[in-house]
Design a protein around this ligand. Structure first.
Ligand code: BJW
Ligand code: ZN
Length: 250
């Protein structure tokens, strides 16, 4: 891929970089995305499963979707794109990684501070009393109950639910002070996360999208690169590192 010298120079010099990731960054680790054909489960769209209405209507069905996905995620590992972002965190003065992903792969790749906007599938909590429940319930095929009688649910954010306040606040603050903002592997349709790159743009960041295909925000960003994040990001980062080295020697 031919990356612009403007992007390479800006990234090499940036004091503040912020990143939003979505399901596409984990696709090459074997995690299905939401809005492609492979995102369907039993012919149901995520909108028909990831909501309180869906859970209350059919708790077993929603529980089974999450158990299916937990099984699928048990043996996955981070890919090159996750590792690049972990390395960037170590090298950029002010670096913020916000993710919509619930798979924990950024943390496993070594990222120290990850703003998880939609929760984490490895945790459960009670839908009634809110208690965090450590048990993993690996073998449970049907929705289980908390000791209070309420249903246990994954500790993720469903449609219609508010995002965790601090990660959301910190994500917007980072977007507002970023020199460069990267939107990686997200269709940018789910709010409020999808507004982050646009917030960055409004605050004069140089906004770049890396995604397999054009998205809702492609026409609004400064540059867009289409291809798999697992190869584009390492390619770009190598050029940025080379540019940084050149900068040091001058
Ligand atoms: C690759 C690749 C490779 C593939 N390399 N790329 C304003 C306007 C309109 C609606 C709303 C609004 N504000 C709020 C709403 C409602 C709603 C919403 O946004 N709806 C839209 C769909 C219209 N938002 C909410 O309800 C949010 N809550 C909220 O706003 O609270 C305040 C409020 C409450 C009540 C009323 C009003 C306001 C909560 C959203 C929660 C989303 N939850 C989910 C499920 C999480 C748990 C779980 O995993 O089960 O989060 S839905 C699902 O979508 C998941 C994802 O994080 C999220 C985003 O998906 P993502 O990551 O972008 O994945 P994909 O599949 O869409 O895209 C992947 C991309 O990667 C594709 O483009 C591929 O091409 C690409 N790709 N391989 C690079 N190798
Ligand atoms: Zn409870």
């Amino acid at each position: 891929m031919q990356f612009s010298s403007e992007l390479i120079e800006r990234l090499a010099k940036a004091k503040s970089v912020a990143v939003l990731t979505g399901a596409g960054i984990s696709a090459e680790s074997g995690v299905p995305t939401f809005r492609g054909e492979d995102g369907l489960w039993k012919n149901l769209k995520p909108e028909e499963l990831a909501s309180m209405d869906a859970f209350l209507k059919n708790p077993d069905l929603v529980w089974q979707w999450y158990q299916f996905r937990r099984d699928l995620m048990r043996d996955i590992t981070p890919n090159a794109a996750h590792y690049v972002l972990a390395d960037m965190e170590a090298k950029v003065e002010d670096f913020t990684l916000s993710t919509q992903n619930i798979d924990g792969l950024h943390i496993r790749a070594g990222s120290q501070h990850v703003l998880e906007l939609h929760g984490n599938i490895s945790r459960n909590r009670c839908n009634s009393c809110g208690k965090l429940i450590e048990h993993s319930f690996e073998e449970e095929k049907k929705a289980v109950h908390c000791e209070c009688g309420g249903f246990v649910r994954p500790d993720v954010v469903w449609f219609g639910e508010t995002l965790p306040a601090k990660p959301l606040y910190d994500s917007f603050a980072a977007a507002e002070r970023a020199d460069v903002y990267l939107s990686i592997g997200t269709s940018a349709v789910v709010q409020p996360a999808a507004s982050l790159p646009l917030e960055a743009k409004n605050y004069n960041a140089y906004v770049v999208e890396i995604n397999l295909e054009p998205t809702e925000i492609s026409s609004l960003v400064d540059e867009q690169y289409h291809g798999p994040a697992g190869s584009l990001l390492p390619e770009l980062y190598k050029l940025v590192e080379e540019e940084r080295e050149l900068g040091k020697n001058h």
